[in-house]
Design a protein around this ligand. Structure first.
Ligand SMILES: [Zn+2]
Length: 317
């Protein structure tokens, strides 16, 4: 791999995690905003975009994440079904009879599943369409302040990489946890093997997105959590995409290999490949289990607001 170029485009920028001023420019392009550069902190390895100016207040409330390509809620649910089920299976025992909050719940597929085991489940999703879709069928809130506190478990799946101030949000989430409550964070990994070992040019022009403001690896995620006053229980490597997907990137320079070449993916191969990538820290996903450190973060408790009940009673879909 060629030595990454030194960044001169953001001279006053310091690293969000370690405050160091030096960055390298990563290979690749932001697929929906070529003016942005992908940086990598020379000290800690955090991967920020070169600017966050394209994220304005109200962005997520107005479906800004999807821009002109808005999936219907039904399509969105179908797309997330596999991940929703995997997360539900992973957290089953932690859900039973607990008070649960899914922060940035998207189409609310995980919230729907969690309802079958938890004592109480709420979701927070700024995107208005989702709340309009479900109406009062499930407890959905537009902001964290409305969603209460005293939770046993808070989940945030592929959320904090979208936030301009992820550390502040971790602190807020931690303050909503009960004593010994658990915060489970899932993020894409900046050490994905397609980026850091296979060095796929096509993937590096495809994967970076203007909505992913920061990409973390296990170390930068750990530092972020500790700085937010959380105790790190574990940070696990996980692989969402199987070998067929990676072979397809390397052979055809295109996504979709896990669909086109799914015949390659026996359960044994999926498991063995994921374990091999985890062993070298190059999975595509990180899952962090964090706990509130009582000494550092005082709990807060908001009364959960009554759901806004509209006349247009939307049926569960
Ligand atoms: Zn840094």
């Amino acid at each position: 791999m060629k030595r990454p170029r030194r960044n001169h485009s953001a001279p006053n920028m310091i690293c969000y995690v370690c405050k160091h001023p030096d960055f390298r420019v990563r290979k690749g392009a932001v697929r929906d905003n070529p003016a942005l550069q992908i940086l990598e902190g020379a000290n800690c390895g955090l991967v920020p975009l070169s600017s966050l100016d394209h994220i304005q207040a109200g962005h997520y409330e107005n479906s800004g994440m999807h821009r002109d390509d808005w999936p219907s809620i039904e399509t969105w649910l179908r797309e997330t079904e596999q991940d929703d089920q995997r997360r539900f299976d992973m957290l089953k025992t932690a859900l039973v009879n607990r008070k649960v909050l899914d922060f940035g719940c998207g189409a609310a597929g995980f919230v729907r599943k969690a309802e079958s085991l938890a004592a109480e489940v709420a979701g927070v999703e700024p995107e208005r369409r989702v709340r309009e879709h479900w109406g009062d069928a499930i407890a959905l809130y537009g902001s964290l302040e409305d969603a209460g506190g005293g939770d046993d478990l808070i989940t945030a799946f592929h959320v904090i990489e979208h936030l301009p101030d992820p550390g502040a949000m971790l602190k807020k989430l931690a303050a909503l946890l009960k004593d010994r409550g658990r915060l489970v964070i899932e993020v894409p990994s900046s050490d994905d093997v397609l980026l850091t070992l296979y060095d796929s040019d096509a993937f590096q022009r495809f994967t970076y997105w203007s909505q992913h403001l920061f990409l973390f690896n296990a170390e930068t995620l750990r530092r972020l959590a500790v700085q937010a006053g959380l105790r790190v229980v574990s940070i696990q490597q996980f692989q969402r995409y199987p070998l067929s997907n990676h072979l397809h990137w390397l052979s055809r320079q295109q996504p979709g290999g896990h669909q086109h070449w799914s015949f390659l993916d026996s359960p044994a191969l999926i498991e063995a490949y994921a374990a091999s990538l985890a062993a070298v820290g190059k999975g595509d996903t990180l899952i962090a289990h964090l706990e509130r450190d009582q000494a550092l973060i005082k709990p807060v408790f908001f009364q959960r607001q009554r759901q806004l009940v509209t006349n247009r009673r939307s049926k569960p879909k």
